[in-house]
Design a protein around this ligand. Structure first.
Ligand SMILES: O=c1ccn([C@H]2C[C@H](O)[C@@H](COP(=O)(O)OP(=O)(O)OP(=O)(O)O)O2)c(=O)[nH]1
Length: 152
């Protein structure tokens, strides 16, 4: 796992968010699901979304949302990331569900936030919701999937 000095070098855009062993990630936009989705024979049909009004988001009890992370990220070739929820959210019955960040990915990260609690949870745009931990990957290729964005 990479530490602070290596993380600052590899992710200069996230400098102020670097922690001793990871990078804090801030909540940007939140979306609720307004339509069905499917995955059949690897054909994706992502659900239609409706954006919640920023900056104060109310996450209803027992409801899942899609959240985007502030600023685009470039994961350098040879590195991979895992994303873990902030424990304050877990202590509040809210979780952040995440997958793997691939070597070479560039774009906006999207996570699922689920309010498992029995009550609404209120969270403001810009709050830290997850931490990325970064690993060396030996012999890796580069991500070139459907969520890759053009670099400026
Ligand atoms: O929780 C996560 C984890 C990763 N990513 C980003 C980085 C990752 O490199 C990219 C693609 O993720 P994944 O490989 O899981 O996508 P997929 O479902 O396999 O789709 P595709 O095959 O089109 O890439 O999305 C997220 O936005 N959210």
């Amino acid at each position: 796992m990479l530490g602070e000095k290596e993380l600052i070098n590899l992710f200069p855009d996230f400098k102020e968010l670097v922690q001793p062993s990871g990078i804090d990630l801030r909540l940007d936009e939140v979306f609720r699901q307004v339509g069905p989705g499917s995955l059949i024979d690897n054909e994706k049909n992502l659900p239609e979304l409706e954006k919640l009004e920023p900056p104060i988001y109310t996450l209803k009890a027992k409801t899942a949302y899609l959240a985007s992370i502030d600023r685009k990220i470039k994961i350098p070739k040879g590195f991979s990331m895992l994303y873990l929820p902030r424990s304050t959210l877990l202590r509040s019955f809210v979780s952040v569900h995440t997958a793997v960040g691939d070597p070479g990915f560039y774009g906006t990260l999207q996570f699922m936030i689920h309010n498992y609690g029995n009550f609404d949870y209120t969270i403001k745009q810009g709050e830290r919701i997850a931490q990325a931990v970064v690993f060396h990957v030996t012999g890796s290729g580069e991500y070139n999937g459907s969520y890759q964005e053009e670099e400026d």
